[in-house]
Every structure is written in C-alpha cells, then in structure tokens.
Design a protein around this ligand. Structure first.
Ligand code: PMT
Length: 404
C-alpha cells in the first residue's frame, strides 16, 4: 500500500510525522510532499529519515524532467493524504490552482483524496473556506474533520488537526481492499439514520439537550453511502457538514425528529436509530424568558417524548425492514442494552460503554458490543467511528443472508 502524504504549513505540521509512523506501522509505504511554507515548521530531513525516501518540495528541484518524474511517483500511490491541510491548500485544490508541486499533484491525481484540515477557527468558519470545503466534498474528496479546543493562536474553537490515529484509521480504511470489494453490497437498501442530539426548548433562550456530536450517525451515513445504499440522514443540531450525496434533514426537537422519520421511513429497508433522543421535554414552553422574580428555586414539569425507534418497530413491515438501535449506558451496559433490544422490538442493538473517555459521545473513536436478537454477540474493540460503522453495516448483510 503506497500513500502520498502532503504536508502544508501550519503549527500542526509536526504531527504529520506521527501520521507517517502510524501509516508505516500498518504496512504502508509513505512518500512525503511538503509545501515551501511547511518547511518553515518542520525540516524535510525529518520526513526523509522516517520514510527512507526523498521528500519532494519544489516542482523543479530535481534534474531530468523532474515534474513528470514526480507526477509518476504520485500516480503510483493508492491515496493522496494531506495532513495538515491549510485553508490555502483547500482553496487551491477547490479552485484548481496548480502553482506548486502539491497542488499540481492534486490536479493530476486520479486516486482517492483524504484531507485533514487544520487552521485558526475564524479561517475555518470563513465563508470562503466553507465554500471550498463544499466544492471538495461534492467532488468526492474525503475529510477527517478538525477538532475543537484551544488553538496555538490562543483562540478557542474548531480548527485543530484531528488526532493522528484517526487520520491513519481513515486513510487505511479508504485504501483497504474491503472498501473496494464491498462498495456496492448495500445497493438494494434504503437506510434511514438518525444522528446527533435532540434539543427541547424551555423558553426562547434555554433548552435541554445532551452531548451527542452526531459523529457516529454521520459515520454510518458516509459508510452506507460508500457501499451503495440510498441514505436519508435525519440529524439533530451538530457542527458537522452534511455527508456528500446523502439526503440530510436537519431537525431540532424530538417531535421534529419523529415527524421527519415518519415522513421518510415508509420506503426504507433499514432504520438505524443512532440519535441521542431526549426522553422528556418541558411540559410547557414559556413564550417569554423565564424570570427569577425573587424565587429561590423552580420545579420543571417534564413530559415523555415520542419513542421514535419503537414507533418504527411497530409499523407494518412489508419491506422486511431491519431496525437497529444504539444504547449509551453508564452502568449495567449489556443488561440495559438487552432490555432496549427487547422492549423496542429491534433486530440488534449497539451497546456503547460511555464510562470510557475514548468511546461514545463526542470523540472520534468508539468501542461497542453488538447484541443480536438470537442472543449472540459481537465485540467491537476501540476503533474509529467510521470503521465501526462498517462493522454495524456488515450486520445488515448477515441478516439479509439469513433471510434466504
Ligand atoms: O453523536 P456522537 O457524539 O458520535 O455519540 C454517539 C452516541 C453515543 C450518541 C450513539 O452511539 C448512541 O449510543 N446513541 C444512543 C444513545 C442512547 O442512549 O439512546 P437511548 O438509550 O435513549 O435510546 C435507545 C435507542 O432508542 C436509540 O437507538 C435511540 O435513538 C432510540 N430512541 C430513544 C428515545 C426516543 N425517544 N426515541 C428513540 O428512537
């Protein structure tokens, strides 16, 4: 497996060395291309020593028709990965500007492209960057989205380079045979997926919600789409960009999500309830901001919300619809998941242990146990949510085979 690793100029450039090592650990041969500004942050020698291959920086830095020679090197790779990818390189890729070696390689490249952006939060949020991201996503370029937190510039927000381990996982998954072989194995399925949190408003400024980021549900949508399924993603509020070529319906409350599901599920062959849905909402919405008015405390009255997945499970099932739930539990994980599997009439449930800080809510990785209706189980060790999504989707294939 050959990977061309582009490194562009930002403070996260040093983490590209970790990405390189991670790729090598899983057997990849890595050739590095750096932009001139990347060399201000980390020396090419570092990557030459780690990769054992010359680093390409300039278009004309080797004799004998160097450009053609370099482009041949690029073509041999199974994947063009750029980590970190600055706002500048995203703009060049989106607009087709080829004024250095890396941007020239992108234009002449016919292999999958994976970008891990990193930049200041304002640059990330700028409409120009968001428009470039949209162009690239629509073109089929894949992303490992940046994380949120403190940035080198002192600001706080989205823009930090994703974890090197997640970048490696995603790269491997893109070039793995498995992806290539199974790229159409879900082409007969229409999969409706719920993702993210729901938000229950209390008054015009306050609400009840939870920590779901939508990452698990979006990973399922991307994986299902890449395996040929028609996908409808119904998402509570998240910071994630809609996956390319996936019909995405944005909702806020549980009632909105319930209505969107009921309007879209009739023709579906699979329903996956990955959303963290509020079980209760305020019984009354206060039209005006609730005032203190000298009170020492107040009591909120909550009422039950619609149980979306149980409602889907109760629908007439001429399509032999498969219904898959998720359970995020902080105690008695498998017992609680088993109860939900039975009481909601599910085909299987994915039990997340949310006491781990590297699984469940708002992280890139997950570890889970799949509980099937026949009592059998499958352990899924810690892995990227995108890889775990494929393991969940494999269960659909198994269930269909069992029907024959
Ligand atoms: O979004 P991320 O940050 O990536 O995190 C992913 C996740 C942890 C949110 C996800 O993997 C997950 O576990 N989702 C289910 C959370 C949960 O505990 O749900 P629950 O136990 O309240 O519900 C069980 C099942 O019923 C779920 O499939 C849920 O979508 C569904 N449900 C629940 C309540 C309700 N009113 N309607 C529903 O459909």
């Amino acid at each position: 497996m050959k990977i061309l690793l582009g490194v562009t100029g930002c403070i996260g450039a040093y983490k590209a060395a970790e990405v390189l090592r991670g790729l090598q650990k899983v057997g990849a041969s890595v050739r590095v291309v750096m932009t001139r500004s990347a060399t201000e942050f980390i020396q090419p020698l570092t990557f030459e020593a780690l990769s054992g291959q010359p680093v390409i920086v300039e278009m004309f830095d080797r004799p004998n028709h160097a450009v053609i020679e370099h482009i041949a090197v690029a073509r041999e790779a199974n994947l063009l990965l750029v980590a970190p990818a600055t706002a500048n390189i995203l703009a060049k890729f989106a607009q087709g500007i080829a004024d250095d070696f890396l941007s020239t390689v992108y234009l002449s490249n016919t292999n999958p492209v994976l970008l891990a952006p990193a930049m200041n939060v304002e640059m990330w949020n700028h409409p120009a960057t968001q428009a470039n991201l949209k162009i690239l996503r629509e073109r089929g370029v894949q992303f490992v989205d940046p994380g949120a937190g403190y940035q080198a510039c002192g600001e706080v927000g989205v823009g930090r380079l994703a974890d090197p381990a997640d970048i490696v996982n995603r790269a491997i998954e893109l070039v793995s045979n498995r992806n290539a072989q199974s790229s159409t194995d879900l082409s007969r399925e229409h999969i409706v997926i719920t993702a993210g949190p729901t938000v229950e408003d209390l008054d015009p400024v306050r609400f009840i919600t939870n920590r779901s980021s939508g990452k698990m549900g979006y990973a399922l949508a991307e994986a299902a789409k890449s395996r040929g399924a028609a996908v409808t993603l119904i998402s509570g509020p998240t910071k994630l960009a809609a996956p390319a070529n996936v019909e995405t319906i944005a909702v806020r409350s549980t009632r909105d999500m319930y209505n969107a599901v009921m309007n879209n599920v009739a023709d579906s062959t699979v329903f996956i309830g990955c959303a963290a849905v509020a079980d209760y909402r305020p019984a009354q919405f206060a039209a005006q901001k609730i005032k203190k008015n000298g009170r020492q405390g107040i009591t909120l009255e909550l009422e039950s919300t619609e149980d979306i997945i149980a409602s889907v499970g109760a629908l007439p099932n001429g399509n032999r619809r498969i219904v898959i739930g998720f359970a995020a539990e902080s105690e008695a994980l498998l017992n609680h998941a088993q109860q939900k599997l039975t009481s909601k009439n599910l085909d299987l449930i994915v039990a997340n242990d949310i006491t781990r800080n590297d699984a469940g809510f708002d992280v890139e990785t997950n570890a889970a146990t799949i509980l099937r209706r026949d009592g059998s189980r499958l352990e899924l060790p810690l892995q990227s949510k995108r890889v775990l999504a494929d393991a969940v989707l494999d269960e659909i294939i198994k269930l269909r085979q069992a029907e024959k």
